[in-house]
Design a protein around this ligand. Structure first.
Ligand code: ZN
Ligand code: FE
Length: 267
């Protein structure tokens, strides 16, 4: 795998992966404007990661309303007093858990400067208001439970067509973008991916690399978007070869995606 030619390699932009709960990831993003946290599954490991670096938390950015992404908000707010941003469309559901958004974000919103410039992207499907955070200059994409390493989030609220649209819009970003997803589900995702796309040699190789990482209890995130496009069956629903393997030649991409998602639900 070649390293991306992005300013993310400089000290101006740094991402710290913080394992939380059983299999969640939160991310600290340090840029020219300060330190942002993407999702707040629980406070303690996030506080420890900040303390270890002597970083002050500047802002929290939430991707969607599920408790395993917002459960640490209260303790973080009490300690750092920092504002919390999140999807306007899910503000009510976040409020129902006793939290408030200081800033309600809508897709298309953009904030930050230089490598810290961040865009809010709509990625509905897992939930209806799910958003992703994209740093074009930083070359980083925080997808939580939309696009995941070798997978995608379960469709709790949206339709397959909606998720396919979300994934397709992410797939249009540059191939060297690093994708940071919200859970360590990659090894079980790899088993499913290999079962439906057995002739994909890039996938076989990635599955072996994932097994090695997990043997050493290391995160499988991030991965480049280019690697996801080559190996993630949910991004490959439009691929002629995969359609042939699945006996779905000539079927619409979105319907192939729906078939793959349903197969994963039963796997
Ligand atoms: Zn979720
Ligand atoms: Fe989640």
């Amino acid at each position: 795998m070649t390293m991306p030619d992005h300013p993310s390699l400089s000290t101006e932009f740094e991402v710290v992966t913080v394992p939380c709960l059983d299999d969640n990831y939160a991310y600290l993003v340090k840029g020219p404007d300060g330190v942002a946290l993407i999702d707040a599954p629980e406070a303690a490991p996030i506080i420890a990661a900040l303390e270890a670096r002597n970083w002050e938390l500047g802002v929290v950015m939430i991707t969607h309303h599920h408790h395993d992404h917002v459960g640490g908000l209260r303790a973080l707010r009490a300690r750092y007093g920092c504002p919390v941003m999140g999807p306007k469309a899910e503000a009510d559901k976040i409020a129902a858990q006793g939290e408030t958004l200081d800033m309600e974000l809508e897709p298309g919103f953009e904030g930050g400067t230089g490598v810290g410039r961040c865009q809010v992207l709509a990625v509905p499907g897992h939930t209806l208001g799910h958003i992703a955070y994209y740093y074009p200059e930083g070359g980083a994409l925080f997808t939580a439970d939309s696009l995941m390493a070798l997978g995608c989030g379960r469709l709790f609220e949206g339709s397959p067509a909606m998720m396919w649209q979300s994934l397709s819009s992410l797939a249009a970003l540059p191939d060297d973008t690093l994708v940071y997803s919200g859970h360590e589900y990659t090894q079980s995702n790899a088993r499913f991916a290999c079962s439906i796309d057995p002739d994909n040699s890039a996938l076989q190789q990635r599955a072996a690399e994932i097994a090695d990482l997990r043997k050493n209890n290391l995160p499988t995130v991030p991965a480049t978007l280019g690697l996801e496009k080559a190996t993630n069956p949910f991004l490959r629903a439009g691929d002629t070869e995969l359609k042939k393997t699945l006996g779905l030649e000539g079927v619409d991409d979105a319907d192939v995606f729906a078939h793959i998602r349903a197969a994963k639900d039963r796997f």
